[in-house]
Design a protein around this ligand. Structure first.
Ligand SMILES: Cc1cc2nc3c(=O)[nH]c(=O)nc-3n(C[C@H](O)[C@H](O)[C@H](O)COP(=O)(O)OP(=O)(O)OC[C@H]3O[C@@H](n4cnc5c(N)ncnc54)[C@H](O)[C@@H]3O)c2cc1C
Length: 389
């Protein structure tokens, strides 16, 4: 019998399975994942940025641990001597700002992150022009630059965790959770599409954008909804100097070097929450491309290669995750969702944290108690002085 059932085998479910397996519990863990190709999952659609630029201590510490794991991922997740390459590259991350409010925000952010040992620095307009001559900087007043931040390949990360967990003895079931049966204090049974019923001791809901549907099966409400983000991969005739993942704090949009070109992204904060899989090509031509070309004149001649839509599991309370048990109600039902666009970089820390909660009796490394479900019940947000995802 499986003692621990993880619902959803994306990067969160698979990282959790890996840390449980490394702690000697591989034989206790079953991961339920309906789609081993991960066609609609968030993870393979992600941009792949790992940054320490956050305004919440726990987020910074989780990113620092993310760097620690991802920089050694190839050896940590090697199976039978085959390394797990995720293309970890310290390409850097940079937020641009215009005007007094942006300057104040990024200055405060910089000082906050430096307090945790992050090698971040501020650039003024002249500094931006000198360091990144491809950028149009006349309307910029500040940049918060983090040269040690990195890019990774999201799909390879997911596959690395998954393969390693399986090699250690974790079971992945190709099935879908369609119901949960609960007593007043715990989840008793997990019902699968195939007709199977599992009776685990512990359940982890790591179904990301679909996590609220799983919660609804036991009457638990979470302030999380899908939020669409469009991604565009394009090339230009002449590559720019080495650029970090660059985004403007208030004007939105981002780009980073990717393959032989650049990967741009734009989150649809203007849209009704929910799944919106269709790409709005018109929006790229009329708004996004002109914005990109304004910031990087060389992008005027970009040639689109491909584009897609993915969805953040956006937490409407405060843009941060909801993690841990349903305290005071279904104590064996744990939730891990609401990552709001920064889950990939935090997956190692979240997997390790869930392992600690499930088998060690509490957090031993990074204390993530502020993010548990009690914050949803009380409606007390965790304020982030940093930029949005
Ligand atoms: C466009 C985009 C860009 C992003 N960029 C970044 C970035 O640069 N850096 C960063 O850190 N983060 C980024 N993110 C966020 C990051 O991708 C996510 O936070 C992270 O991948 C979430 O992982 P997950 O395992 O929770 O979700 P998923 O990968 O979505 O996995 C959830 C799994 O649950 C399964 N599931 C659904 N329903 C059921 C069910 N009923 N039963 C069983 N299983 C079920 C699904 O099939 C799916 O495989 C980005 C996200 C998007 C969409």
């Amino acid at each position: 019998m499986s003692r621990i059932v993880i619902i959803g085998g994306g990067v969160m479910g698979s990282s959790t399975a890996y840390y449980l397996a490394m702690a000697g519990h591989a034989g206790d863990v079953t991961v339920i994942e309906p789609d081993p190709t991960y066609e609609f999952a968030a993870t393979p659609r992600a941009t792949g940025g790992v940054r320490v630029i956050f305004g919440v201590e726990e987020n910074i510490r989780m990113s620092q641990f993310g760097h620690e794991v991802y920089s050694r991922f190839h050896e940590l997740m090697a199976v039978d001597g085959t390394p797990a390459d995720i293309g970890y590259r310290r390409g850097g991350y940079m937020y641009l700002g215009t005007g007094h409010d942006d300057v104040e925000l990024l200055e405060a952010n910089c000082a906050f992150q430096q307090g945790f040992g992050c090698a971040v620095q501020l650039l003024d307009r002249a500094g931006i022009k000198r360091r990144f001559p491809s950028l149009h900087a006349d309307d910029l007043d500040i940049a918060l630059y983090s040269p040690n931040d990195a890019f990774i390949d999201p799909y390879s990360v997911l596959m690395g965790f998954r393969r390693k967990a399986i090699s250690l003895g974790v079971t992945y079931l190709k099935d879908r959770v369609v119901g949960l049966e609960a007593s007043p204090t715990r989840v008793e049974r997990v019902l699968l599409e195939s007709g199977r019923k599992l009776s685990p001791d512990l359940v982890v809901n790591a179904a990301n954008c679909w996590a609220p549907d799983i919660c609804a099966m036991v009457g638990m409400g979470v302030p999380v909804k899908p939020l669409a983000r469009m991604s565009f991969y394009y090339r230009v005739p002449t590559p720019l100097e080495a650029m970090p993942l660059t985004r403007h704090i208030t004007m939105g949009g981002s780009f980073r070097p990717f393959d032989a070109g650049y990967l741009g992204g734009m989150t649809r904060y203007d849209q009704e929450p929910g799944f919106h899989w269709d790409l709005d090509d018109g929006l790229f031509d009329t708004e996004i491309w002109p914005g990109l070309a304004h910031r990087v004149p060389a992008f005027e001649t970009l040639k689109m290669q491909r584009s897609w839509v993915g969805h953040y599991d956006w937490c409407y309370l405060d843009g941060n995750m909801v993690l841990g048990p349903w305290t005071g109600r279904l104590e064996n039902f744990h939730i891990a969702c609401g990552f709001s666009g920064h889950g990939l970089q935090h997956a190692p820390a979240v997997g390790r944290a869930l392992k600690e909660l499930l088998v060690d009796g509490g957090y031993w490394t990074i204390d993530l108690a502020r993010f548990d479900y009690r914050r949803v019940m009380t409606g007390i947000a965790v304020p982030d002085i940093g930029p949005k995802a």
